[in-house]
Design a protein around this ligand. Structure first.
Ligand code: CP
Length: 313
């Protein structure tokens, strides 16, 4: 594997999930693999889980880790051929090559601005790093994808499912701010690849990118959709058609204990209590959110392990 910017970069998703579960049993078994190798994590946006779990994953493999918050560096230019006489001081052409001098793997987090769909979907930040860096790139959440989170969620479902083909429902929930589509997109993509009975529920008008949801079943009646679910994955996203707008904050879509029934609750975090999900769910043993955060380490670790093994071969 030469990069991990989407779940399709994995040779086999099913095998990778099993390998991650094995790694979790003994996280230090490959601690020599990353000796004298450095992971540089480049953050254009805030993070708690991705920042800490990816660093832990790298250190479990014996790597050194450097974190760069882009707000502390020179303002980057991404356009080709532009005359840089305004605010930007350094072109990504140089920056990505420079970071590559200090890194064996570069991980990048760059959210969308949610102002211009075409620009966000061009993934110009992630694609610039892929183009100009001379070492492998890991996506720590880009404009349209969060593949480390999706791998985490697949590991969690595989570990905790009690039937061969569990029913998994992705439910939209309200939120006061305009949030990206990346987590939902990658979760949908991952569920399409697994042997699960998968459907999506959201208010009318809140369709995700149809090129991603494809033939996945969508039900606008949340209570009906959640019936007999084994896993309910909850996430807000802003309107995709009215791009980046918050056109509903309907509190009736919040996940409650009654709606959840016997299902397990999943969310990538951070989560707004009593807006997205009721306290009674998050504080119950049906909530898997902390289990998911632990699995973030092993998702990142299996990805870094594959990248290190590839560069060694
Ligand atoms: N789920 C997730 O990516 O969390 P952070 O934004 O805190 O990294």
């Amino acid at each position: 594997m030469k990069k991990y910017t989407g779940i399709n970069d994995l040779d086999s998703i099913a095998d990778t999930i099993q390998e991650a579960i094995k790694l979790k049993e003994n996280p230090y078994q490959f601690e020599k693999l990353g000796q004298r190798k450095t992971l540089v994590m480049v953050f254009f946006n805030a993070s708690l889980r991705t920042r800490l779990s990816t660093e832990k994953a790298a250190k479990n493999l014996g790597m050194q880790v450097t974190v760069l918050h882009v707000s502390d560096a020179w303002e980057l230019e991404f356009e080709e051929g532009t005359i840089m006489n305004l605010n930007t001081s350094e072109h990504v052409k140089e920056a990505a090559q420079v970071i590559s001098q200090y890194a064996d793997v570069i991980a990048v987090r760059a959210f969308p601005k949610l102002e211009n769909k075409e620009q966000d979907e061009s993934e110009f930040v992630m694609n610039s790093f892929i183009k100009y860096a001379t070492v492998p790139i890991v996506n720590m959440e880009s404009a349209t994808a969060h593949p480390l989170q999706a791998l985490t969620d697949a590991i969690t479902i595989e570990e905790l499912k009690t039937k061969k083909k569990p029913k998994v429902v992705l439910s939209w929930a309200p939120h006061p701010k305009a949030l990206p589509h990346a987590v939902a997109n990658s979760f949908v993509h991952m569920m399409q690849e697994l042997d699960v009975d998968f459907s999506i529920t959201h208010p009318e008008g809140y369709e995700l990118n149809p090129a991603i949801t494809k033939n996945t079943s969508i039900n606008h009646n949340q209570e009906e959709a959640l019936q007999d679910a084994d896993f309910v994955y909850t996430k807000n996203w802003s309107n995709y058609k009215a791009y980046g707008k918050v056109t509903s904050q309907d509190p009736k879509w919040m996940i409650t204990k009654e709606k959840l029934g016997k299902a397990k609750f999943m969310h990538c975090l951070p989560v707004r209590r009593n807006v997205v999900v009721a306290d009674a769910v998050l504080d119950s043993d049906r909530s898997l959110v902390i289990h998911q955060t632990n699995n973030r380490t092993f998702a990142a670790q299996i990805v870094l392990k594959k990248l290190l093994e590839n560069s060694a071969s």
